[in-house]
Design a binder for this molecule. Structure first.
Ligand SMILES: Nc1ncnc2c1ncn2[C@@H]1O[C@H](COP(=O)(O)OP(=O)(O)OP(=O)(O)O)[C@@H](O)[C@H]1O
Ligand SMILES: [Mg+2]
Length: 318
């Protein structure tokens, strides 16, 4: 099978700091892969090496079959990176920017106009097409970046934290645009700090921390294997004093360790088997333990992060 991106043992050290410590990745053509990790995990440095902007200190990587060091020019011809090459001209309108960049990519005036119209439509920017980019919101600007990025017809697009700083609505709109790119056959590698984003968009997630990819899996499996569901129960004011007793009860009956907040009012347990929630709530009612509400939800990035790091550094490759 042809891989769009392949990396083996990729490393980068800045002065004495090992930013990337042996990253292995294989990303299929047409796949949407999310590199998920906290601040300083090595996401951007990995992207910079794969996009030929930073030279690796060790390991190898290829994009579209071309080596990122020895065949950097061939790689650059086939990729686009948001925020890097799409240096939008603030004083020009969206429409003018697209015409300008289309011209730079060798399209004739007529082709450029047709393409600009198409892109403004599909990236939901038609209404703002005749306003200077300097007046665009953060979300519109990111979509404009993506639109310009597609002009070179890249086989692989790299999006480094495309939604950081966007409000929920703009984030949803950007997700739509990213999904559309993938539908058209583009391979996308995006980085994010949000589990929800990776969950919503990605075919597979690589979880990166401290310069190493410690798990690669589908969103469902990553969450199931490392977070399960989380049951959170808010105790009533009266039951708060009994939290030690409740802790013991849950541990002896279900073998579940409890996490609780600093006031011991909100307790939560990780459930590999979500149906157990019924039984736990039943036990609370039988024993007349007062609670105000409860919720069963997916693990957060923190939950997966703690579960993965608590289990030691293991790699789960599909
Ligand atoms: N040019 C540089 N010089 C020195 N240290 C660097 C440089 N670039 C990155 N680092 C360090 O390498 C580590 C990884 O940085 P990187 O930018 O790859 O993380 P990241 O996962 O993209 O984080 P964020 O989510 O904050 O963007 C960090 O500790 C960072 O301080
Ligand atoms: Mg970064």
């Amino acid at each position: 099978m042809a891989y769009a991106i392949e990396a083996q043992g990729l490393r980068k050290t800045f002065k004495h700091h090992e930013a990337v410590r042996g990253v292995d990745l294989t990303i299929r053509q047409g796949e949407l892969f999310a590199l998920l990790g906290p601040n300083g995990a090595g996401k951007s440095t990995t992207i910079h090496m794969l996009t030929t902007l930073v030279r690796p200190d060790g390991g190898t990587a290829s994009v579209c079959g071309y080596d990122v060091v020895k065949q950097a020019a061939a790689v650059r011809e086939r990729i686009s990176v948001t925020g890097q090459y799409a240096a939008l001209d603030e004083s020009l309108t969206g429409w003018q920017n697209l015409l300008l960049f289309a011209g730079l990519h060798g399209y004739s005036g007529k082709e450029a106009r047709g393409l600009a119209e198409e892109l403004l439509d599909s990236f939901h920017l038609a209404d703002a097409s005749h306003r200077p980019v300097s007046t665009y919101s953060g979300g519109m600007r990111r979509r404009m970046d993506l639109a310009v990025g597609t002009l070179s017809q890249p086989e692989v697009m790299f999006l480094d934290e495309p939604t950081t700083g966007l409000d929920p609505q703009s984030r949803l709109e950007l997700w739509q645009s990213v999904r559309q790119l993938v539908k058209q056959g583009t391979t996308v590698l995006l980085t994010t700090q949000y589990l929800e984003e990776a969950d919503q968009l990605a075919d597979r997630i690589g979880f990166i921390t401290q310069g190493r990819v410690i798990a690669v899996d589908t969103p469902e499996q990553l969450k199931e294997a490392n977070g399960g569901k989380k049951l959170t129960i808010r105790l009533s004011e009266g039951a708060k004093a009994e939290s030690a007793k409740i802790r013991q009860l849950l541990f002896s009956k279900y073998g579940l360790p409890i996490q609780s907040d600093y006031e011991e009012r909100v307790i939560s347990v990780r459930l590999q088997e979500p149906a157990l929630a019924h039984s736990i709530i039943g036990t609370f009612m039988e024993q007349s333990i007062g609670f105000e509400d409860f919720a069963l939800h997916d693990p957060t990035l923190d939950d997966v992060y703690f579960a993965l790091t608590a289990n030691g550094e293991k790699e789960v490759v599909l």
